[in-house]
Design a protein around this ligand. Sequence first.
Ligand code: SAM
Length: 192
Amino acid sequence: NFRCRSAFKLLEIDDRFRLLQPGFSVVDCGAAPGAWSQVAVQRVNSAGSDQDLPRGMVIGIDLLHIPPLAGAHFLPSHDVTDPATHAELQALLPSGQAHVILSDMAPNATGFRDMDHERLVSMCLSLIDLAEKVLLPGGSLLCKYWDGVLAHRLQEKLSSVFSSVRTVKPDASRKDSAERYFLARMYRGSVK
Ligand code: SAM
């Protein structure tokens, strides 16, 4: 039982692209109420359900409270765009590094499509800063955005640090919504 229907979007994307593998460390941005984290816990085996597979780690972050989940470590009342959160993540992750960053973050929609689009794009851009701090070379970033004029710029920014960037619109996402995901793979790594 998933906490939210959004789980089916991640299941669909992961079935297609195999982002989440047993033993991987995952950062789930905008994790409340925790459905994506539920999927991630299963796929990276962070609750240790399969003793024969390596055990991964899932860290979920949200401004809101997230009900506890076995196999996940939550940072509620945390802003993903805040450098203090990045530092906390570095301290929690094994060797300070993650294989995958997931983001289903969204600002509270105002209903003004352009404004909502711009706010979400700037949140996505901050994920590139987070990647620079914690993402392993070769790692992946999956982030939700609302389509609009700045999508191309976001895609270019992602392409400057990831070798492969594509747009994904899962079947589980309403056809008439502007919701899309960028799947950025093969992180080139930051110059530290
Ligand atoms: N993926 C979640 C799930 O499957 O349960 C649903 C995520 S919901 C669509 C978007 C979440 O992003 C909200 O809970 C919201 O509080 C969170 N959010 C928005 N801005 C944020 C920020 N700056 N830092 C952390 N979380 C944020």
